[in-house]
Each structure stands twice: as structure tokens, then as C-alpha cells.
Design a protein around this ligand. Structure first.
Ligand code: ATP
Ligand code: MG
Length: 578
């Protein structure tokens, strides 16, 4: 028969510690949280052996007197909340009173502390959770916590720790993440004699962003700052060209706390929309501030996950804020390629280029500044003389249109470009309920599988709205009577077969997202293919139309439409400039 026992306090604390302290980086996170809560503006971290031998964190915060120093080692002892209702107005990182006792139970720990208004400081020593000594000592105002020999008393956990370098990397990561929104705090991380990170007080987020994401990425970022009632959203958004196959560079902060949150991550991706290819993630940092009552932080043992009271609203606010700021970007493609190619147009374009470096390779020259060889004068005159038509050089492998612009060489992917044009035309037509269908003189007979047939029957009405008229002919045979005029030359049989899986997946086709997917399939089939020879006139018209698009940089699947090679880059290639 089972015998139930109450575990000794020491074992219970060790078990609880397992949830809070997983590795040296978790100790660093908890200690940093405490220093920040204590109002410090200078925090120094020293580690040895990836934090496995030593983690020492020193701050200049409020400090603790002797009583508090002893109390802070007790479980559930905290100065940060008093009652359960305080949980909904937490403005500090800590609230559980778990962190210090947890780490004390799995290491040899020393805490030295002195509040500024007291003459003497105190030092406590604890070994594996056992209090060894409390002594008066001289110490600077603030607190020093030393955690030595992590997991010395739990060999199994110690074995799970990784190599020194890996653990050090985790510590560097966690510090750079936590420090990002605290520009008024000076942080430093030393490993023996070596300073691994030095984050002086700064006015500007970009220095710390550069540490997290690299200088090129940080330099290319768009800034967003919006207040929507009680919700404040600030974000740095890297160019979609710098997207990654993993979402590990989307940094999310809610009320200054670095959190993992799928809702916000999804909102950021949705905000980038078609600027990203499927399965790609942008690089971004997003800071949300809202009243503590609207977010629950007590849902995860390490406080890294949160729950919003009204997630939907937060989601939508982020999506539209990001869409707004990315949508405002001006996307110059080809100077003078359209009727807009007037002097006025050139001026606005030049004023805006340095802000946003779309589709340029990393480190490429992107401005219109003085270093650029001055071709524009003569070129512009020429373009003006030829009535601003695009300077099409030709077609490469019947797939890319090669153009000359003011700035250099431009390669346009004809399929991607046309897909974008067809997509936006269809979308506008759909929004104004004006997708024009074109009827066939003789309807086409199409055979589907039983399942496909059922899906089509069910979604027949929505298909009609898209200009696709199908008539059930019995069994799973349908007659295609009309298609959107834009698709008339398309291989519409393949189009319908591609459309069915989308119809099947989307329950509610009236939703924008679902409709977008359908329109994307339609655009793909309606667009000219790679490998199709185009006349000069067709190329001119394609590039001109592209200039009129809302998002001329990416096809609806997120692939880039054009690539530019500036004269400066070309000259560098040929060593005309160094
Ligand atoms: N660096 C520090 N400076 C001043 N006081 C501190 C410092 N670190 C801890 N304390 C005090 O010790 C208490 C216990 O700290 P501990 O980290 O264990 O719990 P907490 O921060 O209250 O909650 P949590 O477990 O969620 O971190 C804190 O409430 C705070 O009063
Ligand atoms: Mg704490």
C-alpha cells in the first residue's frame, strides 16, 4: 500500500528550485531582475567557468538591512506583493519570493548588502540551503550576491549543464535581452579579466539592438511608436530582406519584461504580411506597455510567459501598427519608369531613400549622398527626353527583365512582378465587388474527385463572387462557365485544382486572410510565367504598372520582385572605385 509523506522542507525547496533554476543563465536572470527591482542603475556581473563555478552580481540599489537579509532566504518571502490582489497590479519583476531561496538551496551562496542610509552592511552565507553565518561587514551601498558551485549538491542536475562556452553564451544572451529596455542602467559582464559585454547608459536603443542583432540589421530598422488608449506599442522592425528561417530574433517585451509570446510573435509576422515568404520570420523588437491589470504574469514558473486579458485587441493593434509603418515606406523601383518620373518625384524619392534600404544586399551603398558618382544629371535629362519611359535593356533567359535606372542596374522577375500586379488588381476588384467574369462560349467540363466535388459545391457561392462560375453536372463533374477575365488566358484547370485545397482548409471565406489566400492562387495562375518571351512594349508596361503597386517589392508569396545593383557597387566590382 502507498504511504503518503510530507516531504522535508529542504527537499521541497530543491524541487521548487528545479522549476526556477535550470542553469547558470537562470540564476543571472533572477539576480538581474532583483537588481532592477531594487532601483539600481549600475549592475556588474562576474562569472567563472560559464557561471558553473561562480556568478557574482553587484548592484547599487536600495540594499537590505540585517532582518531583510535573513528573511529574503525564506521561501515566499517578498517585499513586492502583500496579497493575492496585488498580483494584478505588479510593477516589479519579482513577486513570488522564490528566487533567492531556490538558488540558495542548490549552491553555496553569499549575500552582502547595505542600504545607503546605514553605516554597516551584513553578509550571510548559506550552503545548500543551510544558513552558515551572518556577520557585520563593511560594504558599498547596494547588494552583492555570489552564487558558487551551482548544483554541487545535486549531481544529476550538474551533469546536465553544458560546456563552459555554451553556458557563457546563454548568459550573454540573457543579459543582452534583459538589458534592452533599460537604457538608464549601466550593465557589464566580466569573465575573469575579460569583459564580455559592456552596456553603458545610453539615450539610444540602437546600440543595444546592435548587440542583439548585429550592426547592419539594427541600422536598417524602421521605428514605430504608437499609443492606442492604454496600450503603448514601440517597435524596431528590420527590413523584410533580412528575414530568417527561425523566429529567434523577434524580441518581445511586455511592461519591460522580456517574454515569449506566440500571440505577439504571430502579430508581428502578420504585420509584415506579404513582405515575407512563407515560413520566414522577421527580425524585430517590440515593446508593449499596458496597465498591469490587463496582463497576467503569474502563468509560468519562470515568469517568461504571460496572458493578456484581451489578446485579440493587442494582436490587432500590433498588426495594424506594423502594417501602417511598413506600408508607409516608399519603394522606388525605377526612376522615370512611369508617368511619375517628374522632377518632383525624383526629389521625394531622394529624400526618402536613406530611411529604408529595400532589396539591397547587406552593406550595399544605399543612399543618394555625395559618394555616389554623379550620373543622375545626364541620365535624368535623357530620360526626360524619352518621355520617362523605362530604360529596358532586354530580357534574360525569358525570365528577368533587365533595366537601367538612375542608380544602376535593375533585374525584375517577370512572374513575381506580374503576380503582384494581378493580385492587387484582383484584390481591388474584389473589395469593390467588381471582379469581372468572362464567360466561355462553350463551357469546359472538369472532373474532380468526390471530395473535391463536395468542397466546390459547398463553396460555390464564394467562387461566384470571385468571378468563377461552375455548374454541377452530376457526380463530381462540373461545367466551368466563366472565369475572372484576368485569368482567361491562364491554365484554369490547374488553377481550379490548386484552389480546391485552399477552399477546403478555409471555413470562412469572408475572412480577409482566407480571401487573400484565394486571390494569391488566382494571381499565381493569372500571371505570366517565367520562360515567356516578352515584347519591348510588354516589358515597359509591366515595369510601369509595377510602380503603381502598393507593395512593389514582393510577390504575394513574399518572394522579392526585383534586385538592384547600384552603379557604385558595379564600379566597385570592376575596381573603378575602391
Ligand atoms: N538586489 C537586491 N536588492 C535589494 N533587495 C533585494 C535584492 N534581491 C532580493 N531582494 C529582496 O529579497 C526579496 C526576495 O527576493 P527573491 O528574488 O527571492 O523574491 P522576489 O524577487 O520577491 O520574487 P521572485 O521569486 O518572483 O523573484 C525581494 O522581495 C527583495 O525584497
Ligand atoms: Mg526576484
Amino acid at each position: 500500500m502507498n504511504t503518503i509523506r510530507v516531504l522535508p522542507e529542504k527537499v521541497a525547496t530543491q524541487i521548487a528550485a528545479g522549476e526556477v533554476i535550470e542553469r547558470p543563465a537562470s540564476v543571472v536572470r533572477e539576480l538581474l531582475d532583483n537588481c532592477i527591482d531594487a532601483g539600481s542603475d549600475r549592475i556588474l556581473i562576474e562569472i567563472a567557468k560559464g557561471g558553473k563555478r561562480l556568478i557574482k552580481v553587484r548592484d547599487n540599489g536600495v540594499g537590505m538591512n540585517r532582518d531583510d537579509l535573513l528573511l529574503c532566504l525564506e521561501r515566499h518571502a517578498t517585499s513586492k506583493i502583500k496579497s493575492a490582489s496585488d498580483l494584478f497590479s505588479i510593477e516589479t519583476f519579482g513577486f513570488r519570493g522564490e528566487a533567492l531561496p531556490s538558488m540558495a538551496s542548490v549552491s553555496r551562496m553569499e549575500i552582502t548588502s547595505r542600504p545607503e542610509d546605514q553605516l554597516a552592511g551584513y553578509r550571510v552565507k548559506i550552503d545548500g540551503g543551510k544558513l552558515k553565518s551572518v556577520d557585520e561587514t563593511g560594504s558599498p551601498a547596494g547588494t552583492i550576491v555570489e552564487v558558487r558551485d551551482l548544483f554541487f549538491n545535486i549531481p544529476v542536475r550538474k551533469k546536465f549543464l553544458r560546456a563552459e562556452k555554451t553556458e557563457t553564451d546563454h548568459i550573454v544572451d540573457i543579459l543582452s535581452k534583459i538589458a534592452l529596455p533599460f537604457l538608464h542602467i549601466d550593465f557589464r559582464l566580466d569573465d575573469g579579466e575579460r569583459t564580455l559585454l559592456n552596456l553603458p547608459i545610453s539615450e539610444n536603443d540602437l546600440n543595444r539592438l546592435a548587440i542583439l542583432m548585429g550592426r547592419n540589421v539594427a541600422g536598417s530598422m524602421e521605428y514605430l511608436d504608437q499609443q492606442l488608449n492604454e496600450l503603448k506599442i514601440k517597435a524596431y522592425l528590420a527590413s523584410p530582406d533580412l528575414s530568417r528561417s527561425r523566429g529567434d530574433r523577434i524580441f518581445v517585451y511586455v511592461n519591460y519584461r522580456s517574454v515569449r509570446d506566440r500571440l505577439i510573435t504571430r502579430a508581428v509576422i502578420e504585420g509584415y504580411g506579404q513582405r515575407l515568404m512563407k515560413g520566414r520570420y522577421p527580425q524585430a523588437a517590440i515593446f508593449i506597455e499596458m496597465p498591469p491589470a490587463l496582463v497576467d504574469i503569474n502563468v509560468h514558473p519562470t515568469k517568461q510567459e504571460i496572458r493578456f486579458r484581451d489578446g485579440r485587441r493587442v494582436y490587432q493593434a500590433i498588426v495594424s501598427a506594423i502594417e501602417g509603418v511598413l506600408g508607409e515606406q516608399f519603394h522606388p523601383i525605377l526612376d522615370g519608369a512611369s508617368d511619375k518620373g517628374s522632377i518632383e518625384f525624383r526629389e521625394t524619392r531622394e529624400a526618402q531613400i536613406p530611411e529604408w534600404r529595400v532589396a539591397e544586399p547587406e552593406g550595399a551603398y544605399s543612399g543618394s549622398g555625395d559618394e555616389s558618382p554623379n550620373y543622375s544629371e545626364t541620365l535624368f535629362q535623357k530620360q526626360y527626353l524619352v518621355k520617362q519611359s523605362p530604360q529596358i535593356i532586354g530580357q534574360l533567359r525569358d525570365t528577368y527583365i533587365v533595366c537601367q535606372s538612375d542608380e544602376g542596374l535593375l533585374l525584375v522577375d517577370q512572374h513575381a512582378a506580374h503576380e503582384r500586379i494581378v493580385y492587387e488588381s484582383l484584390k481591388k476588384a474584389y473589395q469593390s465587388m467588381k471582379i469581372e467574369g468572362q464567360a466561355f462560349l462553350i463551357p469546359h467540363r472538369l472532373e474532380f474527385s468526390l471530395k473535391e466535388g463536395r468542397v466546390i459545391e459547398e463553396k460555390m457561392h464564394q467562387l461566384n463572387q470571385l468571378g468563377v462560375e461552375l455548374e454541377h453536372f452530376g457526380g463530381s463533374t462540373f461545367l466551368l462557365r466563366s472565369v475572372p477575365s484576368i485569368l482567361v488566358d491562364a491554365e484554369w484547370e490547374g488553377f481550379l485544382f490548386d484552389l480546391v485545397p485552399v477552399l477546403e482548409k478555409e471555413d470562412d471565406l469572408s475572412k480577409d486572410e482566407a480571401m487573400d489566400k484565394l486571390l494569391t492562387v488566382m494571381a499565381c495562375h493569372g500571371a505570366i510565367r517565367a520562360g515567356k518571351r516578352l515584347s519591348q512594349q510588354e516589358m515597359i508596361s509591366l515595369v510601369s504598372q509595377l510602380q503603381e503597386m502598393d507593395l512593389p517589392t514582393n510577390c504575394p508569396h513574399g518572394r522579392p520582385i526585383f534586385k538592384r545593383f547600384s552603379f557604385y557597387e558595379i564600379e566597385k566590382m570592376f575596381k573603378r572605385v575602391i
